[in-house]
Design a protein around this ligand. Structure first.
Ligand code: TYM
Length: 333
């Protein structure tokens, strides 16, 4: 049996939010208890859209602080930044030559991010999913914890792995990585529009809970969160047309580690103000300590740099060993 290895990444583009926490970071932390894990601050991905260099530098450290504040332990997991291990870029180039244009043309995230004027999007943004495949395959990772928005990219990584194995006649060389997507809440939605995912790039800060929000901000944002006039009803099917209501119920359920049906029973017949009050409470309890910890960790940048440096050393050993074999398979001298 192949050794299990977990890999995942988060872009250092500022403001980690509740979607990142519930969709990814929380899962990262539970996986480190039982599996070998690599968690990467994907700075090469970040620059596919222009980043102010000073801000990028600080965001790399702040994302690292976010990892630690959420409970990742550098003694259990390998924590590093992508640009510090050059094998990511090298393997991405090889995979650019394996992946087909038609495959990339189907990527919905490129379409969303490039917007109407795709001619002006960077080439990096277009081939972004190949770099993501390289991140995972460089370590021969078998499991990838992500939010539902990354599912299509994961499927592409599997296709690329399969084509590489077939083209170079090396059956099973790259394992086909499996996405690990949270069941209760795979996609945290915007607090202003329950049909859109919560995201850093959404203009209104009221659409998301940032991990660094103060308790007051959290309470205010939940108070203002969009809902509807109906009370909480029993039939889960009713919520198909109530996306904002469903989102708040899901967030509360996930934070309380209970099924949505249990939450519905808890608040049955009540209006949303009672759910919002309890939701604020549990959010403040969970998120505020993380935010405070991020601020504290950011005061000791040397420590954060040391964490990344140690992680880089450990990641490089695995990457170099795999790359040696990959270069050989491709035929490089
Ligand atoms: P990124 O930086 O956009 O997001 C980091 C993680 O947070 C999850 N996430 C969400 N989950 C639920 N609800 C939301 N509203 C929400 N918003 C974000 C994302 O699914 C992700 O798991 N391409 C990736 C980074 C990446 C990567 C990789 C991931 C690069 N290389 C290799 C896995 C493996 C991204 O942009 O994530």
């Amino acid at each position: 049996m192949k050794k299990e290895l977990v890999f995942s990444g988060v872009q250092p583009t500022g403001n980690l939010h509740l979607g990142n926490y519930l969709g990814a970071l929380k899962n990262f932390v539970s996986l480190q208890k039982s599996k070998n894990c690599l968690y990467c601050v994907v700075d090469l991905h970040a620059i596919t859209t222009f980043q102010n260099p000073k801000e990028l530098n600080s965001n790399i450290l702040e994302t690292t602080a976010g990892f630690l504040a959420s409970g990742l332990d550098p003694n259990k997991s390998i924590i590093f930044n992508q640009s510090s291990v050059s094998g990511h870029a090298e393997l991405a180039w090889i995979l650019n030559c394996v992946c087909r244009m038609g495959w990339l043309n189907r990527m919905t995230q490129f379409k969303d991010k490039a917007g109407k004027d795709k001619e002006k999007a960077s080439v990096g943004l277009y081939i972004y999913p190949n770099l993501m495949a390289a991140d995972i395959l460089l370590y021969k990772a078998t499991h990838v914890p992500v939010g539902a928005d990354q599912k299509q990219h994961l499927e592409l990584s599997r296709d690329i792995a399969q084509k590489f194995n077939k083209d170079f006649n090396h059956k099973d060389f790259f394992p086909l990585p499996k996405p690990l997507i949270q069941k209760n809440i795979s996609r945290v939605m915007s607090l202003r529009d329950g049909t859109k995912k919560m995201s850093k790039s959404e203009e209104s800060d009221y659409s998301r809970i940032n991990l660094k929000d103060s308790s007051d901000e959290i309470v205010k944002k939940i108070k203002k969160a969009k809902t509807d006039a109906d009370p909480i009803t029993e039939n889960i099917k009713d919520y198909e047309n109530r996306p904002e209501a469903y989102n708040l119920l899901s967030i509360y359920s996930d934070l309380s580690d209970q099924k949505i049906e249990t939450t519905i029973k808890e608040f049955l017949g009540k209006d949303f103000s009672s759910l919002k009050a309890k939701l604020s409470e549990i959010l403040v309890e969970t998120i505020s300590p993380i935010g405070k910890d991020i601020d504290k960790l950011m005061k000791d940048k040397k420590h954060l740099e040391d964490v990344l440096k140690k992680g880089k050393q450990k990641a490089s050993i695995i990457a170099e060993e795999n790359l040696k074999k990959i270069r050989e398979i491709v035929g490089f001298v």
